[in-house]
Design a protein around this ligand. Structure first.
Ligand SMILES: [Zn+2]
Ligand SMILES: [Zn+2]
Length: 179
């Protein structure tokens, strides 16, 4: 397998323990070197006042300006409600061309739904959405398998229903693309 590097870039702080677990999980599924560092970006430019949400495409576009190595894979983690044109909201997005993905933690927290916080559930959701977006950067597409992490999440229920791992078919595809 080719060497690969995943950079987790933080625009918010999900907590040390959460990040440690996320890193372990991503290493287990992708077998890449994984680094975590803070990333400084003011998201005001991507804010849509009418929707009170941030447009994910613009954030990725902006981050791409500062990315030198196209083959590195970036995962931006933000605490901002994201949208993409045509969708009410998104948990995350990936841009294969720049090698940049983004995940929002806003809707992964139980508090968003008026419920009391649950760190374990939050961690599972973050693992799933991060694996999903990075999976796209490794050229994986959406998967019809309900339990597969590459299944598209329309709602938090979909996210909770799927597992943080790839199904056997997606595992084979990942292996193929990594060669
Ligand atoms: Zn997707
Ligand atoms: Zn799958």
């Amino acid at each position: 397998m080719n060497e690969c590097e995943i950079s987790i870039l933080l625009l918010c702080n999900p907590g040390d323990l959460i990040l440690h677990e996320l890193k372990e999980h991503l290493y287990k599924v992708f077998r890449c070197r994984i680094t975590i560092s803070p990333y400084n970006m003011d998201l005001t430019f991507s804010f849509n006042k009418k929707r009170q949400q941030f447009i994910a495409e613009k954030i990725i576009e902006q981050a791409a300006l500062g990315k030198k190595n196209l083959s590195d894979k970036w995962l931006l983690i933000v605490d901002a409600d994201l949208y993409s044109p045509g969708l009410n909201f998104i948990f995350g997005l990936a841009d294969i061309q720049s090698g940049i993905s983004i995940v929002s933690i806003t809707r992964l927290k139980q508090e968003f739904y008026g419920l009391s916080g649950n760190q374990k559930l939050f961690l599972e959701r973050l693992k799933k959405e991060s694996t999903h977006e990075l999976g796209h950067l490794f050229l994986l597409r959406h998967c019809p398998d309900k339990k597969c992490v590459m299944r598209f999440s329309n709602s938090i229920y979909d996210t909770d229903e799927k597992l943080p791992d790839f199904c056997e078919t997606c595992k084979r595809s990942l292996k193929f693309y990594r060669q």
